[in-house]
Design a protein around this ligand. Structure first.
Ligand code: ADP
Length: 272
C-alpha cells in the first residue's frame, strides 16, 4: 500500500471559540502507483487532508502512513513523511525565487544533498517532463509567461523525484489547452516513473479523465471513493460503503455540485 490513512481527524484552533473540525475520522487507502483525485466543495477538507499526507500537519487523531513513514498524534517529527511527498500548492509560481530557471529547479535536489552531476541531470529531465525548452535554463523565472512559470515550479518538485506527488488545483488559471497539456505531461511522468499522484480538483471532468480512483469529500468526511465508473454508476455499492438514506441524498447533492457538462446526469441519480 502506498498511502494508508486511518481514523484521521483534524481540529483547527481546538479549545478556542474558533474551533473547527476540518477532518472527521477519514479512512483512505491509495495504492502505490495510483493516480487519485480528491474532489469536494470549498471547505470540505481537501487541503487539510493533503497537508497531512505531505507531513505538514500533525493529526489530532488517527494515523497517516506514506510508504514506510507514519505520523500520528504523538509523532514529533514529520520529516520522514515530507521526504516522500512532493507538493505543488495552488499557484506555485508565487514561490519561485531564484535568478534562473535552472537554479530554481535545482533548489530541491540540492537540498537533498545530491551531487552536482546528478542535480544537472535532474534539472534537464524535469524541464523535459514539463515541456520547458532547454534554452530557458538561464532565463530569470520572472521573465517567463504564466504557463512557463507554473511549469518551472512544478519541475522543481518533480526534480526531487518524490514517491508521491500531490497537486492542489494545478491547472487553476491556465487556458483549456494549457490545462490539458500540463496534466498529460504529469500523467506521462506518473506512468514512466510509477509515481503515485494525488490531484486535488474541483473539476470533475479533469478528475475523471486522469484518475483511476476518486475520493469525494464533504464537510470533513470522505463520503465516497472508488474508480470513476463505480462512483458514477454503482448505486448498489452505497450499502457496501455503509451509506444510509440521508447520506445517499447528501451524496447526490455533493456529486451534482461537481457535475460538469459531459458527465451524464442519470449516472448520478442516487436512491437509497
Ligand atoms: P478545502 O481545501 O476543501 O477548501 P480546507 O481543508 O481548506 O478545505 O478547510 C476545511 C475547513 O477547515 C474549512 O471550514 C476551513 O475554513 C477550515 N480551515 C482551514 N484551514 C484553517 C486554519 N488554518 N485555521 C482554521 N480553520 C481552517
Amino acid at each position: 500500500m502506498g498511502i494508508a490513512i486511518q481514523g484521521l481527524s483534524h481540529v483547527y484552533m481546538a479549545g478556542t471559540p474558533f474551533e473547527k473540525i476540518a477532518l472527521s475520522r477519514v479512512n483512505m487507502e491509495v495504492e502505490e502507483g495510483a493516480f487519485a483525485a480528491v474532489l469536494g466543495a470549498t471547505g470540505s477538507g481537501k487541503s487539510t487532508l493533503i497537508q497531512h499526507i505531505a507531513g505538514l500537519l500533525h493529526p489530532t487523531e488517527g494515523t497517516v502512513r506514506v510508504f514506510e513513514a507514519e505520523s500520528g498524534p504523538e509523532t514529533k517529527k514529520l520529516g520522514s513523511l515530507r521526504r516522500q511527498v512532493g507538493v505543488v500548492f495552488q499557484y506555485p509560481e508565487y514561490q519561485l525565487f531564484e535568478e534562473t530557471v535552472a537554479k530554481d529547479i535545482a533548489y530541491g535536489p540540492r537540498n537533498q544533498g545530491l551531487e552536482e552531476g546528478e542535480i544537472e541531470e535532474r534539472v534537464r529531465q524535469a524541464m523535459e517532463w514539463v515541456g520547458l525548452p532547454a534554452e530557458l535554463r538561464e532565463r530569470s523565472p520572472f521573465h517567463l509567461s504564466g504557463g512557463q512559470m507554473r511549469r518551472t515550479a512544478i519541475a522543481g518538485v518533480l526534480a526531487m523525484k518524490p514517491k508521491v506527488l500531490v497537486l492542489d488545483e494545478p491547472t487553476a488559471g491556465l487556458d483549456p489547452a494549457g490545462q490539458q497539456e500540463l496534466l498529460n505531461r504529469i500523467d506521462d511522468v506518473h506512468r514512466e516513473q510509477g509515481m503515485t499522484v494525488i490531484l486535488v480538483s474541483h473539476r470533475m471532468e479533469e478528475a475523471v479523465r486522469y484518475a483511476d480512483t476518486l475520493f469525494i469529500m464533504d464537510q470533513g468526511r470522505l463520503v465516497l471513493s472508488g474508480p470513476p465508473s463505480e462512483v458514477f454508476s454503482r448505486r448498489e455499492a452505497l450499502s457496501e460503503w455503509g451509506l444510509e438514506a440521508p447520506a445517499a441524498t447528501q451524496l447526490a447533492a455533493v456529486l451534482s455540485k461537481h457535475l460538469e457538462p459531459g458527465v451524464p446526469s442519470d449516472l448520478l441519480t442516487v436512491e437509497a
